[in-house]
Design a binder for this molecule. Sequence first.
Ligand code: 9MJ
Length: 700
Amino acid sequence: MSDQKDLFAEEPQGSSFPSADAERRIQALRDEINQHNYRYYTLDEPSIPDAEYDRLMRELQALENENPQLITPESPTQRVGAQPLKEFAEVVHEIPMLSLDNAMNAEEFAAFYQRLQDRLKTTDDIEIACEPKLDGLAVSLLYENGILTRAATRGDGQTGEDITQNVRTINNVPLKLYGDDIPARIEIRGEVYMPKAGFDAYNEKARANDEKVFANPRNAAAGSLRQLDPKVTARRPLEFCAYSIGVVSDDASLAETHSGILEQVKTWGIKINPEMAVVTGLQAAQDFFDQLGEKRHSLAYEIDGTVFKVNRLALQQELGFVARAPRWAIAYKFPAVEEMTELLGVDFQVGRTGAITPVARLKPVHVAGVTVSNATLHNMDEIARLGVKIGDTVIIRRAGDVIPQVVSVVVEKRPADAQDIVMPDHCPVCDSQVEKVDGEAVARCTGGLVCSAQRKEAIKHFASRKALDIEGLGDKLIDQLVDAELIDSVDDLFHLTLEQLSGLERMAEKSAQNILDALDAARNTTLARFLYALGIREVGVVTANNLAAYFGFLNRIMQATEEELIQVPDVGAIVAAHIRNFFTEPHNLTVIDQLRKAGVVWEEKEPQQDTGDLPLSGKTAVITGTLVDSGLSRDDAKDLLQQLGAKVTGSVSAKTDFLVAGEKAGSKLTKAQGLGVDVLDEAAFLALLAEHGITPASGE
Ligand code: 9MJ
C-alpha cells in the first residue's frame, strides 16, 4: 500500500549505534512479552507469574533506555506516555461503521429470519453466527503491517474521532499483531467495554473519594475513551473484543464465513467473544438467545442482547444494506435493565455497626424480569450527588445479582411538592442520637447494643455460616427472640431453654430441640470463627484468620497494641484501631467472658513464625473458585500458601500478587483480570506448590 508508513525504516538517531546483541535481546523480549500478553488477554491462559512478566518488562525498559533509538511505538513499553491532546482529530471511515437494526421480542426476531429466507429465496435453514451484544463503545482499530496505527470511535458511522493514544493504553489491544497471514492493512472492529468488576471497583473508589461515579459500564467506557489525557484512560479497566473487520488489503486471504474470519483475527492476538457460536435455523438461534439471557448476569461484562449475523459472507453480500444497517444482521435485545419509576419515600435501615443506610421505596416496577420496589441510596452523599427528592421520577438499574440502584433523576418530571430527603437525627429504631463522623460518608446510630436493630444484626452475624454456624437459627427466629426479649446479646443464646423456644410462634418442640442441639455443637469452634463472630468492624473472615494465625491466643489479641496489630497481614491502621476499640469496650469484655462461661471453646496454640525468607514471603495471594483436581478446600490451599510465606487475603486489589482461580471463579477473577493481576489456574497453583516441595495429593 502506497500510504503505509514503514515504522522500521527510520535511521537510528542516537549518537552511538546499539550493539547487535542489545537489538536482538530487545526484539526477543518484545516477542516474549507479546506472547505472554496474547496468552493472558486473548486465550485467558496466563503462562508466567506476574513477577516474571514484570522482570521481562523491566529488562526491556532498561535496554530501551540505554538505546532510545531502538524504541518503536509498538514496543510493549510504549502503551502509555503520549502527551494530552487539545482535541481529537477526525477520522473518516473508509467503509462506514454500520449500526444494527433491533428486534425487541421473539416475533420481531422471527420476522427478521423470515425476511432473510424471503430475500435469499430459500426455505432452507440459514447458518447464523450468534454473539453477545456488548454494551460499550464501538471502535475501529487499523493495523498496517501488523502494527496498530490508528484507533477511532464509530462516531456517526461515517466520521469518528481519533482515539489512538487512548486505545493504546488498553492492555488487551495488541500494539502489534503476530501470527501468520496478517494482511498488509486490516481494520478490526469491535467494542471497548469496562467489565463489571472493574466498573464496580472504580465506582466504589470514586464514591469513597467523593468523585464522579459512572451510571453504567457503557458510560464508563465512553467516558474513559473520551479523555484527552491518555494517562487517565490508562487507569481505567477497559477491554476490547472484536466482532467484525472493516477495510482490508488485497493480499488478505480470509475465511468465507464471519465466524471463520473472527477465528483468524483471534490467531493474531485479538480477543473475540468466547460465548460466540454458530447455529443453524431460527429455533437454534432463539435457543441461543434464551440461554444467553439466563447466563447474562453471570458474565463478567454487561450485555444488552444478542447479535445475530448471517454467517456466510456470500449470503451477506447478496442481502446487502439498508440505510445505515446491514440486512444480514440484527441486535435482538434483552428486556431493559433500566426502568423509570417513582420514589415514594425513603426508609433508613440500621446495620450491625449502626450504619444508617437510606433505602428508596419505589413504586413497583419490572426491571429485567424482576419486580423492584426497593433500591439502595448508599448514603447521604450519594443522595446529594443524585440530587434526588421524594416524589421524583427516577431511573432504576438492576445489573446482575446486585441490589438495584437509583441511577439518575428525571428532573423535568419533578412534581411541585417534591420533598428533600433528610437524615433523621435520631435512630429510627432506638431513638438514640445519630452521628456523622467527619470524612466518613456514613451516619451511625450511637445506640450500640441499646439499639435492637444493631443487636439483631450482631446476633445474626454471630450465628451466620462463617461465624459460629448455628444451624436453624435464622434471621426471622432471631428477630422473634429479640422482640420477645428472650435474648439481648449473643451470650444469651446459650441459656435458651426448650420451653422458651417451643413457646415461640410456629415452633414445634422438635425444631426447638434441634436448635438447642445446634447451639451445643456451635460451642466447639475455632479462634478464627470466634473472632469473626464478634463482629468487630472491618474484621472479615480473612482478617480473623490472619489474627488467629498470628497471635494464636485470644488474650494476646485482646491485649495487643495497635502497633502489634498492624504487623498482621491484612490489618492496617484503621482496622487495628477498630480492634483496639472493640476490646477496650467493657460491654464487649463482659460478653466474651459470658461466652466462655457458657462453654464456648476453641483450640489455642503458639503461632508459626514467618522468618521472612520463605519462598513466597512478601507475596499477597487471593484464592477463589473450587479446586477440583486436588480436592483442596480453599482453607487448605490457604494454609499451604501461608506455609510458603504468602499472605492470603480475601479480596483482589492492586496489591495482590496473584490469584489462584479454581473452577467457577467469578467476580474476583474478573477483577484480577481487570487489574492485570497474575492468575494461576489449579494446575499452575499445584505446580507452584510442587516447585517448593508440596504435593497435596501425597498427604501434605
Ligand atoms: C456488539 N455490540 O457486541 C456488532 N456487536 O456488528 C456485535 N456489535 C456489530 N456485533 C456490525 N457483537 C455492527 C455492529
